[in-house]
Design a protein around this ligand. Structure first.
Ligand code: AHR
Length: 618
């Protein structure tokens, strides 16, 4: 078998080709990338679900009804999140249980508190009398105090809310901690909007550093957010609506993510999605609700408020700081417009009754006001041209490994004119994938090579979902697995690193001769962003269970392949169903070695179930 590469001519791959997709699923944002430690910081969690409030996951410290009474009241100073916590302290000094009475928040399956690091705790309070509180981080498993401070004041009013702010520096590390606010002073006080944030987040923007870095390492050129089905909601009343997620964090109402079944305080909102895109060096792709959820829809005749909401959202992102919504963005610390160029009208809604009608209303209004914004339709244009105007069409695929491998040719026959594809969600899932198997990644590699080959009609691609908190595996597999303090990439994550150099590279024609049907290959020419040198990268997938030998012949190369500086990278394992884990986080990661026989005509060996990249210095 032989792979013949013609280096004389090629086609540019769009520099937006390879990107990332973030959805608030599996606690990806709340309890994940968004570094807020407190869960349900405004005591609103249940209120939007069934009208009554529940302080969960806060718990009471002390004997309920005997030393302390905890209740909720609709008396907050924040208009959009009225519920506050009322604490009646019945005990006094020595009559209180040791350590006092109060409330405790476990965060999202334990807060990660690290020795030497600083945490900002903010809360709002009013009180019948002077306050004498202790704010502490405490190990959930052993009760050991990790950081603690006293807050005393006689100036707190009962009618007006006061904001309290303190910095705690941890002396001890515990990855499973909770935040406690306690007192031994009889009285009545009200608390609301209690936040605890590590001071050390990416650029101070609130993103957990390690998780940010995992995404940044993929060098995504586009960043789609905030969903997914999360944008639609099971019901419209629970859909993500951007205006509820911007402005000061204390004023955000939060909402129930009824798709993925958890409350989010919306600390990671629309602004944060735009900011994160900018921090990643990626173009944001904002997906908004088009008046359609999984179970209810707005008729096209009544869609104009949603259209206006989308227009306002675009103004928020790119309007001048003097514009109505641009000024809100500016007040949040970003006077400069974000580089929003793409919007998605809904998610997976094409077949729904009102989609096409609603879509056209959004399309007309957006193109009228923002002619340069690229609009992404939910309808699949990979087989037939779309029957409505669009700049791109969204394409999602979740399937088994064999089928994903065979989808290598999926876009070979896609219409060559008209809107291009945005493959915004792809993944092998179900049995073949487990929690993220090598088998899945190898199949995905073939699919991605097929997209690269068809990048004249496939503009952009992203894996889905990006994140999973290991305590909420609602949807598996995912690219990045994390808990309160650790993370690792699944093979599907590491596989993506083979495509980082594809953005803006030149795709070269290549042909496989006499090869087995389990081999798929591509060749690109690119300039390495780190050393500035030119390389030819040959990626080869072996989806079979035996080792394959292959001759790689490069014709019409102006210079010779250089031995020194050429290397090969391989992603494989001894068993196709192998996975990474917290115990073996790097069991399956790309391994780079020097290439001893690098030349314009070389023989290579391909391991069973493997992805190999030959990075040839030219
Ligand atoms: O990625 C998980 C879900 O899969 C997304 O929310 C949805 O768009 C798709 O069905």
């Amino acid at each position: 078998p032989k792979l013949v590469i013609d280096a004389s001519s090629g086609r540019l791959i769009p520099d937006t080709f390879f990107g990332a997709f973030f959805e608030e699923i599996n606690h990806a944002g709340a309890g994940g990338l968004w570094a807020e430690l407190v869960n349900n910081r405004g005591f609103e969690a249940e209120a939007s679900i069934n009208g009554t409030s529940n302080i969960y996951p806060w718990t009471i410290i002390g004997e309920n009804q005997s030393s302390i009474i905890i209740s909720t009241e609709s008396s907050s100073c924040f208009e959009r999140n009225k519920i506050a916590l009322r604490m009646d302290v019945l005990c006094h000094k020595k009559s209180c249980p040791h350590g006092g009475v109060g409330i405790s928040n476990p965060g999202f399956w334990g807060m990660n508190i690290e020795a030497g690091k600083k945490y900002k705790v903010v809360f709002y309070i009013r009180s019948l009398g002077p306050i004498n509180l202790r704010v502490s981080f405490v190990g959930s498993d052993n009760g050991i105090k990790l950081a603690s401070t006293k807050i005393r004041s006689s100036g707190v009013s009962v009618t007006k809310w006061s904001k309290m702010e303190t910095i705690l520096k941890a002396k001890i590390t515990n990855h499973n901690s909770n935040l406690q606010i306690t007192t031994t002073k009889t009285g009545v006080l009200w608390l609301d909007q209690i936040s605890a944030m590590p001071l050390d987040t990416y650029k101070g923007h609130g993103f957990r550093n390690d998780l940010f870095q995992m995404v940044a390492d993929l060098k995504p050129k586009t960043f789609r957010f905030p969903g997914g089905c999360y944008v639609e909601g099971n019901y419209l009343k629970n859909a993500f609506r951007w205006k509820d997620t911007v402005g000061p964090w204390e004023e955000r109402p939060g909402h129930y993510n009824d798709m993925w079944k958890y409350w989010t305080d919306d600390g990671f909102g629309y602004f944060e999605g735009l900011q994160l895109s900018e921090d990643l060096g990626a173009y944001p792709i904002w997906v908004f609700n088009n008046g359609i959820s999984h179970h209810d829809q707005i008729n096209t005749s009544a869609i104009s408020p949603f259209v206006q909401e989308a227009l306002d959202g675009i103004e928020f992102a790119i309007g001048s700081p003097e514009s109505k919504w641009g000024s809100l963005r500016a007040s949040m610390g970003h006077p400069k417009p974000f580089d929003l160029r793409y919007v998605g009208v809904g998610n997976e809604d094409c077949g729904k009754y009102n989609y096409q009608g609603n879509y056209l209303e959004f399309y007309k209004a957006i193109k009228h006001t923002y002619p340069d914004i690229q609009i992404i339709s939910n309808c699949d244009g990979s087989q037939y041209p779309l029957n409505h105007p669009a700049d791109l069409y969204d394409f999602h695929i979740y399937t088994n490994s064999k089928d994903m491998f065979s989808k290598y040719t999926k876009f070979d026959k896609a219409p060559r004119s008209g809107p291009k594809a945005y493959v915004s969600e792809y993944a092998v899932w179900s049995q073949d994938a487990g929690n993220g198997s090598l088998y899945a990644a190898v199949a995905e590699a073939a699919f991605l090579i097929g997209l690269e080959k068809n990048s004249d009609v496939v503009s952009m691609v992203a894996y889905a979902p990006l994140f999973v908190n290991t305590n909420d595996k609602y949807w598996i597999p995912d690219a990045i697995v994390f808990n309160s303090y650790q993370n690792y990439g699944t093979p599907s994550y590491w596989l993506q690193q083979f495509f980082i150099d594809s953005n803006g590279a030149t795709f070269l024609n290549s042909t496989l001769h006499n090869s087995s049907s389990s081999i798929v290959a591509s060749a690109i020419q690119y300039t390495n962003f780190q050393d500035g040198k030119n390389y030819l990268k040959v990626k080869i997938v072996n989806f079979g269970n035996s080792t394959e030998n292959l001759e790689i012949l490069i014709n019409n190369l102006k210079s010779n392949v250089q031995q020194l500086g050429s290397s090969k990278v391989i992603l494989t394992s001894s068993n196709k169903m192998d996975e990474n884990s917290f115990f073996e986080p790097t069991k399956i990661v790309p391994k780079r070695t020097a290439l001893e026989n690098a030349s314009n005509d070389m023989n290579v060996e391909l391991a069973p179930y493997s992805v190999t990249s030959f990075d040839l210095l030219i």
